[in-house]
Design a protein around this ligand. Structure first.
Ligand code: NCD
Length: 355
């Protein structure tokens, strides 16, 4: 199996996903068996947006596989500060290396990068859109700590509007049978309609509630998220939303003994520190599974990628994406690419429709 690019985890077939999840489990049990799996490979990490875990777990993963890394975490110290386009940066770094990981504040940036890279591209988060390797991390964690990824009642709490982790997770968990979702958020930060439509189209149920207390007794998994301050238009709008959801010992006492609490981290104030000592809090183990998940992914993506043709997309010259946060608004040379969905054509970069 070889994977060309990982922009959305749902690009993988169920078999490909299972293969990576199983491999991550094997790596977690015997990490030293894989210490030269990428001996001759070089990875570039292009981080246009702050990151601790994602960047360091990619770097640790590659180094633990015997590979090497280059990259940046502050675009202001690169030619981006001189006005270099995403296309040019990616074209050059794709020439130097065997695999690129990219994190970018703008939706669709990873997909745009994949058009110009001769080597596989991994989306390490594109604005508020998707975060497939966090989802891979979450799935590996669930497989290992809960023992299954199906027939779960999954609560997602916090900034469901702007949180790319919950968008990706929701889509991927909808693929497993018997899962249902409880979205816990304010009206303003509720799950986008296109994600809810996807959940429905996969035959999964969801409900929306406003408080943690009314959801927590029924959950198998509670996925907490921070309010995404950097994605708000103003400080006032952020201030109005922050601090509304705080998971503390009292609320945990309403949860089932088998509850599994996850969080992609960083945490701000949405989980009290007292919860860290609760055996149902798995968010620190989750970060470790993230490294094993990325090790498995890198092995699969750096083997035989030259046999994979880039994904072909339809060019629709008249299509204009109206999402002000779409990469096509910032990198004007990008071709107008669309994909067909049951709702009609949507932007191939950020998935917004024409309206
Ligand atoms: C998340 C992200 O960057 O989207 N963090 C991560 O990658 N582990 C979550 C967040 O920033 O809130």
């Amino acid at each position: 199996m070889s994977i060309r690019n990982l922009i959305d985890l749902n690009q993988l077939s169920s078999e490909e996903l299972d293969d990576i999840v199983d491999m991550a489990g094997r790596i977690s049990r015997h990490p030293t068996h894989y210490c030269s799996a990428c001996r001759d490979k070089l990875m570039a990490t292009l981080f246009y947006e702050p990151s601790t875990r994602t960047q360091m777990s990619f770097q640790s993963a590659m180094l633990r596989l015997g590979g090497k890394i280059i990259g940046f975490d502050n675009p202001n110290s690169t030619s981006v500060a001189k006005g270099e386009s995403l296309k040019d940066t990616v074209t050059v770094l794709g020439g130097y290396t065997d695999i690129l990981t990219i994190r970018h504040p703008i939706e669709g940036a990873a997909m745009a990068a994949s058009l110009y890279s001769d080597v596989p591209v991994i989306n390490a988060g594109d604005g508020g859109h998707l975060h497939p390797t966090q989802t891979l991390t979450d799935i590996v964690t669930l497989r290992n700590v809960v023992g299954r990824t199906d027939n779960l009642v999954i609560g997602m709490c916090g900034d469901l509007a702007n949180g790319r982790t919950v968008h990706s997770l929701c889509r991927s968990m909808s693929r497993y049978s018997g899962n249902s979702f409880v979205f816990i958020s304010t009206q303003k930060l509720s799950m986008p309609q296109y994600i809810k439509d996807y959940v429905k189209s996969m035959g999964c149920e969801y409900s929306e509630v406003r408080t943690l207390e009314e959801a927590i007794p029924y959950l198998d998994v509670l996925y907490m998220t921070r309010i995404q301050r950097e994605r708000f238009d103003s400080v006032e709008e952020y201030e109005a939303q922050k601090g509304i959801y705080v998971l503390d010992g009292k609320k945990m006492s309403l949860g089932r003994p088998e509850l599994c609490v996850l969080h992609p981290l960083p945490r701000v104030d949405e989980i009290s520190y007292e919860v860290d000592d609760d055996p149902r809090a798995y968010y620190f183990q989750q970060t470790l599974y993230g490294m094993y998940a990325r090790m498995a992914l890198i092995i699969r993506m750096t083997s035989q990628h030259e046999t994979c043709a880039p994904v072909k997309r339809e060019e629709t010259p008249k299509f204009t994406c109206h999402n002000p946060k779409c990469i096509t608004r910032f990198e004007r040379y990008l071709p107008h690419l669309t994909v067909d969905t049951p709702k009609g054509k949507v932007c191939a970069y950020c998935e917004h429709d024409e309206n």
